[in-house]
Design a protein around this ligand. Structure first.
Ligand SMILES: Cc1cc2nc3c(=O)[nH]c(=O)nc-3n(C[C@H](O)[C@H](O)[C@H](O)COP(=O)(O)OP(=O)(O)OC[C@H]3O[C@@H](n4cnc5c(N)ncnc54)[C@H](O)[C@@H]3O)c2cc1C
Length: 264
């Protein structure tokens, strides 16, 4: 974990209110794993808590880190006003990423991203494709309406978009799209990595259980410190003994076995 001040090398509005920012952060780019996140500190003194943002991409050769974030409040609004050449304080990489080894024994990989849960799937797709170039990767992307990202995933796998209103791809949820895909797919072993809104993840649990698919979820929770000290970001997980235990999303996660997550 590193804390340093980095130079913004690009900041672009991908779609209204959704920004992509790249930083020159060589050591972090070397260490970054898919599913990890960084804590971004705002310059203004009235926003003391850092803003956690997932890694969208990391290029260890160029020394760059890329993030995609939505402007939802004062912190992300301030971050979005920064431009190329500005500097920003960042801590990271934080948390445990997605387990990549688990995919080795599987015949097919499903990546499922809903809304702002899509960006972390990109670094994951890239690294899985490098590790297992022959393994088919299906990327299920869920949008409310018009897509704001998608084609870039086709370098690593088949992109299967869906949208609530049918404006892009299949009309329905990512779960509907996966069911539709499986209707005609061969049987085989599958692993599924997901990040997105809680209703999406909650719906994946019975779907995955029905189809015997191993799942890993990246959770999002309001955070304080971001590195495990304040216990401000709890997630409840089932234990093998039939009980439950509280884990810290920032330090024990943000990635957890999907079958164990208990959604409130
Ligand atoms: C592990 C993790 C990864 C994330 N990755 C991304 C990402 O890749 N792209 C993206 O757009 N958003 C992501 N988020 C959500 C992002 O952190 C919040 O949208 C952001 O912190 C909001 O800050 P704000 O000041 O604009 O909003 P405000 O609502 O003004 O924030 C007030 C406080 O609440 C915290 N907060 C508010 N919403 C969230 C939230 N959903 N999660 C955690 N803390 C929150 C803020 O950090 C701040 O301390 C992630 C959250 C987590 C926990």
């Amino acid at each position: 974990m590193i804390t340093d001040t980095y130079t913004i090398i690009s900041q672009e509005e991908l779609s209204p209110g959704i920004f992509q920012m790249a930083l020159y952060a060589p050591q972090m780019a070397q260490e970054a794993l898919p599913g990890q996140f960084v804590d971004i500190y705002c310059a203004s003194k009235d926003k003391l808590l850092p803003r956690p943002i997932s890694l969208f991409d990391a290029d260890p050769v160029e020394g760059t880190l890329s993030l995609i974030y939505a402007v939802v409040g004062k912190g992300t609004e301030e971050i979005s006003s920064m431009v190329e050449g500005d500097t920003i304080r960042v801590t990271g990489p934080l948390g445990h990423g997605f387990p990549l080894e688990q995919a080795r024994k599987m015949e097919e990989i499903f990546l499922v991203g809903g809304g702002l849960g899509i960006p972390p799937m990109y670094l994951l797709a890239r690294r899985l494709h490098i590790l297992y170039p022959e393994k088919p990767i299906r990327v299920f992307l869920g949008f409310r309406s018009e897509p704001w990202i998608g084609e870039i995933f086709s370098a690593f796998g088949e992109v299967l978009p869906s949208s609530d209103d049918g404006a892009c791809g299949f009309k329905g949820t990512v779960i509907d799209r996966m069911k539709n895909y499986l209707d005609t797919a061969d049987s085989g072993s599958r692993i599924l990595y997901a990040c997105g809104p809680i209703p999406m993840m909650r719906a994946i649990q019975p779907f995955a259980a029905d189809h015997d698919i191993e799942t890993w979820f990246s959770l999002e929770e309001r955070m304080g410190c971001g590195f495990g000290a304040c216990y401000g970001c709890p997630a409840r997980l089932r234990t093998e003994e039939g009980g439950s235990v509280l884990k810290r999303v920032c330090k024990d996660g943000p990635v957890f076995p999907g079958k164990d997550v208990i959604f409130a």
